[in-house]
Design a binder for this molecule. Structure first.
Ligand code: 5AD
Ligand code: SF4
Length: 494
């Protein structure tokens, strides 16, 4: 489908196509007309600035927004005093919400100086009705608001806004379809995220994601493969397959009657099968994926990871807590023992693999003993890296109304103890790579010293070594000479 699109051939005076993505390309073509008029009036192309909060999913969504605006002819800038300002929001923890309101005050001042500025808000936070209500009532200078299910409609929503000059808000409860073959502008031209599925059906009791990202739906394998082949042709060497729970890729559900009913079917493509297909794409050298839920990580996946050289030897396996009692209250559907068993199985099959995780402290009812279980798990697994979070109460989730919310000071102390241990262990773990030769994909010139470049190994270890910008996008063999805590200083093999 990527070959069928040519903006120059779209007649914007003809009737509006009903099918996607053609409808959106029609609006992008219309947007180009707006860009021309803007340029004539202002003497420059419209500049846009996108600020992204949150996870890889959001970062990838922002690349789609950049793709749409870029195709219209707008220019990207890092400066918020731009003509189009977009905030792609996150709501997984409360502090992310607070941050947005802080930024909005700043935008109000910028808009006072440039009244033609278009202010857009999108992403997870916009899927919460109380947020959009507040914006409608109190933040009238926000022009366009959309959610997670209609990110692809930016050009259409801009068109509606231009036609009405009114605050344009469109929030959908659920995606009607997964729209394929839309433009995207990648941060790096040698690596790219690829959505393989959207939404989440797990309903961990603390988590707002299933409410704001909707029900789980997998993209068709042929659409994913088309995209990856197209990316490889344009120079991409590394892909990161993205989903909230990649291990349930390909499952089909019946969502009628408001229930989630899994429909088993034999012909579906499983995640390990998809991985093998991606390994077959010429030009793709590295494959990563994010995130794996421990409850459905299969033996098949471990074996495919072990046997396919292109799959990076790194797995992010969020544990959240070490106490089986808390894990049950979190609705994680595994126990501490099961998780430890998985880690053993992974390490015995793929010996040098890097294992990372997410851990939460202060879930309602967490006792000192429960917390000790988390500390014990951390000692036993010895993570290469652990992202630690203080539990944040999200309105509408089951955990928000649980008894025994934990005192903030107690949580802070536990958090401090955990952070200290995970950092020490991560440093010790990293040392095991010292003196080893690894393939490093070079990403950037070093920010501090431009005689150095920075890249990553397949295990996701950061390495700095002498080199110049010509190396960006290349995979080179590097000796990991000196461990500096969280990264290595290396030396390229000649
Ligand atoms: N409070 C704190 N952390 C949370 N996460 C998800 N929901 C919450 C919450 N309510 C963390 C989990 C998840 C990561 C992406 O964010 O650890 O794995
Ligand atoms: Fe949230 Fe759990 Fe789904 Fe992850 S698996 S997005 S933590 S509900």
């Amino acid at each position: 489908m990527y070959n069928e699109i040519n903006l120059d051939k779209i007649d914007i005076n003809s009737t509006l196509p009903t099918e996607e993505p053609f409808r959106q390309y029609y609006f992008i073509a219309k947007g180009r007309e707006w860009v021309k008029t803007f340029q004539q009036k202002n003497g420059h192309l419209p500049k846009f600035c996108i600020t992204t909060f949150g996870c890889q999913m959001n970062a990838h969504d922002s690349e789609k927004l950049k793709g749409i605006l870029g195709m219209m002819g707008c220019e990207e800038t890092e400066d918020e005093a731009a003509d189009i300002v977009i905030y792609n929001t996150c709501t997984v923890r409360e502090n992310a919400n607070q941050k947005l309101y802080g930024h909005l005050g700043h935008l109000k001042n910028l808009k006072a100086k440039n009244p033609d500025m278009i202010v857009c808000l999108c992403g997870c936070m916009m899927q919460e009705p109380h947020v959009t209500e507040l914006i409608r009532e109190k933040y009238k200078y926000v022009d366009i608001v959309f959610g997670t299910h209609n990110i692809y409609k930016l050009a259409e929503l801009m068109h509606i806004y231009f036609a009405t000059s009114k605050q344009t808000i469109e929030i959908l409860e659920q995606s009607a379809e997964t729209v394929e073959a839309l433009p995207q502008k990648r941060k790096y031209n040698f690596k790219s995220g690829v959505n393989i599925m959207y939404g989440c059906n797990n309903f961990c009791t603390y988590c707002i994601v299933p409410y704001v990202r909707g029900r789980e739906r997998s993209r068709r394998p042929e659409d994913i493969m088309d995209e990856i082949r197209m990316l490889a042709k344009s120079g991409v060497k590394e892909v990161m397959l993205l989903g909230q729970n990649v291990n349930s890729y390909g499952k089909i559900y019946d969502y009628s009657d408001g229930k989630i009913v899994h429909i088993p079917h034999e012909e579906r493509t499983t995640f390990p099968e998809l991985l093998k297909m991606v390994c077959g794409v010429p030009g793709i050298e590295r494959i990563r994926f994010m995130t794996s839920h421990p409850k459905d990580l299969s033996d098949e996946l471990i074996h495919v990871m072990a046997s396919e050289d292109k799959i990076c030897k790194h797995i992010h396996l969020p544990v959240q807590a070490g106490s089986s009692r808390i894990l049950e209250k979190m609705n994680r559907r595994y126990t501490k023992e099961h998780y430890l068993g998985l880690v053993d199985k992974i390490r015995s099959t793929i010996p040098d693999i890097s294992i990372t995780t997410d851990i939460m402290v202060g879930f309602p009812g967490e006792t000192e003993e429960d917390f000790e279980e988390t500390m014990d798990l951390v000692e036993r697994v010895r993570y290469d890296q652990a992202f630690t979070f203080i539990y944040s109460k999200r309105t509408g989730t089951p955990a928000a109304s649980m008894e025994n919310q934990i005192d903030a000071d107690v949580v802070k102390r536990r958090f401090g103890r955990l952070l200290e241990r995970v950092n020490i262990i991560a440093g010790e773990q990293l040392k095991r790579y010292e003196g080893k030769i690894k393939d490093v994909l070079v990403e950037d010139v070093n920010a501090q010293d431009d005689t150095f470049v920075t890249g990553r190994t397949g295990e996701n270890v950061t390495v700095h070594f002498k080199g110049s910008k010509e190396l960006i996008g290349q995979t080179v063999a590097v000796n990991l000479k000196e461990c500096k805590g969280f990264y290595f200083i290396g030396e390229q093999l000649q």
